[in-house]
Design a protein around this ligand. Structure first.
Ligand code: NDP
Ligand code: 8X3
Length: 249
């Protein structure tokens, strides 16, 4: 079995790559940071003895996505599972103060990048008459919170695309699932606050957030259901978080 995991250089994507490798999947791992991809590839090969292809590209660039997917080595050109994980939040500001560059980065990565990957990988899965696309959404795709405007909109788009893809790919025996996490401690907040580690740390202060491994286990569980079972949608929260804004500190 072959799994392709986008955004495997950090957080949820990295933990997902490790759990699939542990379960004997060969892997395609992607991200923009070549050194981290290489380190993860070495770690996985040494530990789990599976095959790994690392693809370094920016998911916002459709040509790069197409080239990466269409030039996979022969034995990797059958993808069983695609985990659409690469994504980010940039900034946290009221709409009138939002930075256009942040909006474009989130829309281009979280929506358009996910679309490019889904289209090109679905076209590999369709002739095989099977496959599974697992989309990483968010609680921010189910609710909106103050200053989350555009990030929440991109994750609402992922929610809609998850439902739409499930319909469109139904005749091709391709399963489509979404995992929507609440707060997970990764590099997410460091990226959101543009490297301000102190501010990022405060997000998880005095709470027990989810760990990337909690989400990775859920993703693997979804992928490992029997072929006749599709998990459409999961919302998974830390116990201290009831919804997007109600958090016990
Ligand atoms: P991290 O910042 O730790 O990881 C994000 C990953 O996305 C990195 O591997 C990064 O790789 C990749 N990525 C970002 N932009 C691009 C791009 N343009 N091209 C290719 N890869 C890209 O965050 P998380 O692990 O937390 O985030 C993973 C997913 O989970 C995201 O979709 C996020 O929205 C979602 N999520 C996170 C939650 C949280 O609380 N952490 C909660 C709910 C959902 P690189 O920089 O090397 O390109
Ligand atoms: C990431 C979680 O609550 O910051 O999607 O939107 S949140």
């Amino acid at each position: 079995m072959i799994a392709c995991i986008t955004g495997a250089t950090s957080g949820i994507g990295k933990a997902t790559a490790l759990i699939f490798a542990e379960n004997n999947y060969d892997l395609i791992i992607t991200g923009r940071r070549a050194e981290r991809l290489q380190e993860l590839k070495n770690e996985i090969i040494n530990k789990y003895r599976v095959k790994v292809v690392d693809l370094c590209f920016d998911i916002r660039d459709e040509q790069q996505v197409k080239n990466a997917v269409n030039t996979l080595p022969g034995e990797f050109s059958r993808i069983d599972v695609l985990v659409n994980n690469a994504g980010l939040a940039a900034g946290l500001a009221p709409i009138q103060d939002g930075q256009i560059a942040h909006w474009e980065q989130m829309i281009d990565t979280n929506i358009k990048g996910l679309l490019y990957m889904s289209k090109h990988v679905a076209n590999i899965m369709i002739p095989n008459k099977k496959g599974h696309i697992i989309n990483i959404g968010s609680v921010a795709g189910k609710e909106v919170y103050a200053n989350g405007n555009v990030y929440c909109a991109t994750k609402h788009a992922v929610d809609a695309l998850n439902k739409g893809m499930r319909i469109d790919l139904l005749p091709h025996n391709i399963r489509v699932s979404a995992v929507n996490p609440g707060m997970v401690e990764t590099e997410f907040s460091i990226v959101r606050f543009e490297g301000d580690e102190e501010r990022a740390k405060k997000v998880y202060e005095n709470i027990v957030p989810l760990k990337p491994e909690d989400i990775a286990e859920t993703i693997y569980w979804i992928a490992s259901r029997p072929a006749h079972v599709n998990i459409n949608d999961i919302l998974i929260m830390p116990t201290i978080q009831a919804n997007a804004t109600t958090i016990l500190r």
